[in-house]
Design a protein around this ligand. Structure first.
Ligand SMILES: [Zn+2]
Length: 342
């Protein structure tokens, strides 16, 4: 069929030799690109795709950096760096945890088809996915509450439950001023069981669920932001090295996999841009509040209150307003992205 099209075009343009050769070279390059075999390999039942082919599907250049330790995909706006046997890739320097480590074979670097579908496509070409969500009604989930104080820093008199509620109220005001509808899972110091929180979103027919938390760690040097999307089926959450039989379970929230990735990406990026990091990246976990959602959802950790510098900052209302403003910016970026593909 293509060669028929070619001969018609060539006849019609016979008067212009230059144009003829131009058409021919375009058609030839088309044949050459489609003739390239999709470089896929199977390892332990998983399908891998090489990053040069991945780059091509996104119109990105693909090459090894000097020393052949890091592979780069690059376009005008986006740079993706991936190391060998690595389970983290860097998209414009933002760390994103993959389901599986990369694999090198015969000088090529491969990622799993699952990571191509669950990480790269949702962020770079979300238009390939069906059932695009709306973005009008946002449920804000202030983590903890009542008898559940969450993380504590007694030196600075901080309780996670108070901080999350304060930032949630600030975010609510910003969103409502911008035409969003907001539902809070709690707007006072009350205890709400975890399983109840996604139910609030499902009952409200929410378009988006954002759960706010602060971290604490036994190491007082840990600091920075991290945002979690629900782990896709058959994958291990980021803190575990490899999947087990339990990871074969599919949750209702997995219907939203591409959009979970997209909102988590925009929220983490906006936090790091607004507050300067440190950026601990986009991770995966099967948090109770995310598993049964019927809308896209994200759980974000807004800093370690066990870290003295962070604790001093979050005591200040101005800093908490900045946190809310950055979350708001991330939600607006996500809304813009969805609107561009609708
Ligand atoms: Zn928490």
């Amino acid at each position: 069929m293509c060669s028929g099209v070619l001969s018609v075009k060539v006849n019609r343009l016979a008067t212009s030799i230059i144009f003829q050769s131009l058409v021919l070279s375009v058609v030839l390059s088309f044949f050459m690109s489609t003739a390239l075999p999709a470089r896929q390999i199977q390892i332990e039942g998983k399908s891998y795709i090489d990053l040069a082919t991945v780059g091509k599907t996104f119109g990105m250049q693909a090459y090894w950096l000097q020393g052949n330790h890091t592979y780069r995909l690059r376009s005008q706006w986006t740079t993706i760096d991936v190391g060998k046997k690595n389970r983290v890739l860097y998209l414009n320097r933002l760390p994103i945890y993959l389901g599986f480590p990369t694999v090198e074979s015969k000088g090529q670097l491969f990622i799993t088809r699952a990571d191509y579908q669950h990480v790269l496509q949702p962020i770079l070409t979300p238009q390939v996915f069906k059932k695009r969500p709306g973005i009008r009604r946002v449920v804000i989930d202030a983590g903890h509450g009542g008898k559940d104080s969450g993380a504590l820093n007694n030196t600075y008199g901080l309780m996670e439950k108070n901080l999350t509620l304060d930032v949630a109220r600030r975010l609510k005001a910003l969103l409502e001023n911008s035409g969003f509808e907001v539902v809070m899972t709690r707007d006072s110091d009350v205890y709400i069981p975890l399983a109840q929180r996604p139910k609030v979103a499902n009952r409200a027919k929410a378009d988006l669920f954002v759960s706010l938390h602060f971290n604490a760690a036994s190491s007082t040097s840990a600091s920075g932001f991290e945002s979690f999307a629900l782990t896709p089926q058959y994958q291990a959450s980021s803190k575990y090295p490899r999947p087990t039989s339990k990871d074969a379970k599919r949750y209702r929230g997995n219907e939203q996999d591409p959009w979970n990735t997209l909102i988590t990406y925009h929220l983490e990026r906006a936090l790091v841009q607004g507050l300067g990091g440190p950026d601990r990246g986009i991770k995966r976990a099967r948090w109770s509040v995310l598993k049964d959602l019927e809308c896209p959802g994200v759980l974000t950790e807004l800093g370690f209150i066990s870290h003295a510098e962070t604790a001093k900052k979050v005591r200040s209302p101005a800093f908490r307003q900045k946190l809310a403003r950055s979350l708001f910016n991330g939600i607006v970026d996500y809304r813009k992205r969805l609107q561009r593909i609708q």
